[in-house]
Design a protein around this ligand. Sequence first.
Ligand SMILES: CC(=O)SCCNC(=O)CCNC(=O)[C@H](O)C(C)(C)COP(=O)(O)OP(=O)(O)OC[C@H]1O[C@@H](n2cnc3c(N)ncnc32)[C@H](O)[C@@H]1OP(=O)(O)O
Ligand SMILES: CC(=O)C(=O)O
Length: 530
Amino acid sequence: MDVERFHVYDTTLRDGAQQEGLSMSVQDKLAISRLLDELGVGFIEGGWPGAVPRDTEFFQRARTELDLSTATLVAFGSTRKAHAAAADDELVRALLNAHTPVVTLVAKSHVGHVERALKTTLSENLEMIRDTVSFLVGEGRRVFLDAEHFFDGYRSHPDYSLDVVHAAVDAGAEVVVLCDTNGGMLPDDVRSVVSEVSDATGARLGMHAHNDTGCAVANSLAAIDAGASHVQGTINGTGERTGNADLITVVANIELKRSQQVLPAGALPEASRIAHAIAELSNLVPYSRQPYVGSSAFAHKAGLHASAIKVDPDLYQHTDPSEVGNDMRMLVSDMAGRASVELKGRELGFDLSNDHDLVTRVTRRVKELEAAGYTFEAADASFELLLREEAGEERTRFFDVESWRVITESRPDSEAVSEATVKLRAGGERAVVTGEGNGPVNALDHALRTAIGTLYPEIDKIELIDFKVRILDAAHGTDAVTRVLVEMTDGASSWETVGVGANVIEASWAALVDGVNYGLLHQDLDRLTS
Ligand SMILES: CC(=O)SCCNC(=O)CCNC(=O)[C@H](O)C(C)(C)COP(=O)(O)OP(=O)(O)OC[C@H]1O[C@@H](n2cnc3c(N)ncnc32)[C@H](O)[C@@H]1OP(=O)(O)O
Ligand SMILES: CC(=O)C(=O)O
């Protein structure tokens, strides 16, 4: 792989940071840079020094705190102001002070923008490009030029847009990146413009695509087809408005569909891990339906799909998920068939291939329970308990609940407090205990822990970390059926359970009891196997 033959250029830290609601600290930017380097991108655009104080600090700290092995750090900025010298322009000097080997300059390439936004003459804009590029090249920098609004500009005044490319190249720019700044292009437009510009100028061209028509990835690929050998994008597709081309999708398409290696060998299988880690650092919830790396990208729900996948996963998958570090997952729901249950069982460590009756019973129960409001695709732990029960395993219930009751008391001068009483049998003993909490579920949780804590001290490790309530038939108002999903952890792993009831506390209790049973069961299994 030759990083210079084809540039994989990441702008997560610059254009990605232009996304509404996204804010990265300098520390986050340094951590993301290390992840991008692990992914093997050729270039990391770190931000705009001089304009954004955080970016100025990022480049300062990068000099001592970043030790990149594959990627080259890039500072981004604009051409100098009109009627001044690049050498005297404060923002151009800030680009030098960032001490990066590469500088990317954004320049106007659209007549309307030069006249109305920059408010200068067409010839002065060309002079701004020549002066800034040649000044930075003279100072030992490699320069790439982002030609802003190139496609719209080329449509209205092609000759001027070509003049911009010539001015940049003549002054020493290595790559001219054609930007679909407003993101309004379709692949056919991009393909023909890139091809014409390439023929007319012979310049090395790049593509910077925004996703306003939902075509950023397709536009990037069209540009590459037409001769571009530099592609810009962001991890998870973040960026101004609807975002930029998702760089991992672009790269995975180039490597897996076009058989052209553009990342270092062995890097692509790190893509899912890195995309999720960058989402986490950017405080974004990973997008489950993201191509290649999303948690749903290889998740199969329909029974007919599962039955074919049982024969060969390729029948319903466009590529092997391990190519991008993702996993195939089976979802069990009312759309499941016997094959879905068998494959889900395999995923959870059960070989059900020879137990036709068990698979049939589990499939039937799943469909019945889903019709009553359960959802097993989001609650693997409840599915596993159901499977074990149907298989006749005895050790799935660590206690038998006789009854429970909760009261909530509210007084004008204090917050409401709940008190729960739980009656159950565990280890041959009957327990009747009470628990208090700031809400009914919290009080039930405390009472349950007290009731079984002596017999099962490992309950202390099990913690409730998430609790989601959904009203299923909202038209019934306060009479509606409620579904509760809870997530628990023992510090090493986490699991989800589901409970359904006409009463929100009943549904919560069911999910809580399943969650505790699952946690105790797995601690028991771990003990037996260790
Ligand atoms: C397409 C893109 O996404 S490019 C990246 C855009 N990113 C950002 O804008 C984030 C960082 N930006 C900033 O911090 C500020 O906007 C700054 C520091 C760059 C400029 O701030 P200000 O000096 O206050 O000016 P303001 O933002 O109002 O206007 C931008 C100025 O840059 C000029 N300008 C715009 N594009 C260019 C260009 N390619 N070359 C030179 N000057 C340009 C505008 O004409 C305007 O000049 P004026 O102030 O003389 O009218
Ligand atoms: C340079 C850039 O971000 C754009 O034109 O969209």
